[in-house]
Design a protein around this ligand. Structure first.
Ligand SMILES: [Zn+2]
Length: 274
């Protein structure tokens, strides 16, 4: 009996280290999921290391076409690994086929490609600057009041050729409507005139999570500025390649594009997280 009790005590003592990470958020393609592991744990998603805060908090994201089975491994401070196989919700996205279009006759001048290359490099560099502060604790809010005019994941197939999917959540509103920071963070890119994006802002929310706001008429903040959630950061516009005034809001987890609409759903839960 004493031996039995001894085993029982051991099991109880080890129980916390065997606990799987606690997860909050939609386990879905395009989802951003907030996790909590035992303090001092390390976390790997599909064998890639994930940033973990000292208190065990972390965040992971899944792309539009992410494989439905994901492997999350939590390694406790004593080295005990715990594997969770995550099953993602398979989402269907709006696909629009347009056939019989006249072939494209406009060829952009060579300068176009040079400028585009420079701009995408600036975006990549900006998203590579990652704060270790957990700004996303505050949750997220829509960057402007208006009508949702475009959603994440939608794709057009023109003359049988798939175009790249739309990764933003578009909010249409009159030009000049205030554009607010969806969450607190640090401004990493503030450019008034990119070819496609027009006026663009990238806000680093920490741990690889960033917001990109596009087609802005004018910018109120500069690179390095700390912004608070809800602070006016720009005015809405139709700059760059935009069919009308709207703000296109994107959320990245490192180079993974996630769905802002799902992140908004989670916001309420996250606010109540420990
Ligand atoms: Zn858009």
């Amino acid at each position: 009996m004493r031996q039995f009790l001894g085993i029982l005590v051991c099991l109880v003592a080890f129980a916390p280290t065997l606990q799987a990470a606690e997860l909050k958020g939609r386990l879905a393609q395009g989802g951003l999921v907030f996790g909590l592991a035992a303090p001092g744990s390390s976390v790997r998603l599909n064998d890639k290391p994930v940033m973990v805060a000292a208190d065990g908090r972390f965040v992971i994201g899944f792309g539009r076409d992410a494989p439905l089975e994901q492997r999350l491994e939590t390694i406790a401070p004593d080295g005990t690994p715990q594997v969770q196989l995550l099953q993602l919700e398979d989402r269907t996205f709006k696909i629009e086929r347009v056939d019989g279009l006249p072939p494209k006759t406009v060829t952009p001048p060579p300068e176009y490609y040079d400028r585009r290359k420079r701009e995408t490099a600036m975006v990549r560099k900006a998203r590579g600057e990652i704060s270790e502060q957990l700004f996303w604790e505050d949750g997220f809010r829509l960057p402007a009041e208006g009508r949702i005019s475009g959603v994440y994941g939608s794709q057009r197939i023109l003359n049988g050729k798939p175009r790249s999917p739309h990764y933003g959540l578009d909010v249409a509103a009159p030009k000049g409507t205030p554009v607010l920071a969806p969450a607190s963070g640090i401004v990493r890119l503030a450019e008034p005139d990119f070819l496609l994006e027009g006026g663009i802002l990238i806000i680093d929310h920490g741990f690889g999570v960033s917001s990109t706001l596009m087609h802005l008429q004018s910018l109120d903040v500069a690179v390095g500025d700390h912004v608070e959630q809800g602070q006016k950061v720009a005015s809405l516009g139709a700059t760059g390649r935009a069919s009308g005034p709207h703000v296109d809001w994107r959320i990245n987890w490192f180079d993974v594009r996630v769905d802002p609409a799902l992140v908004l759903e989670e916001a309420a839960d996250v606010a109540g997280a420990p």
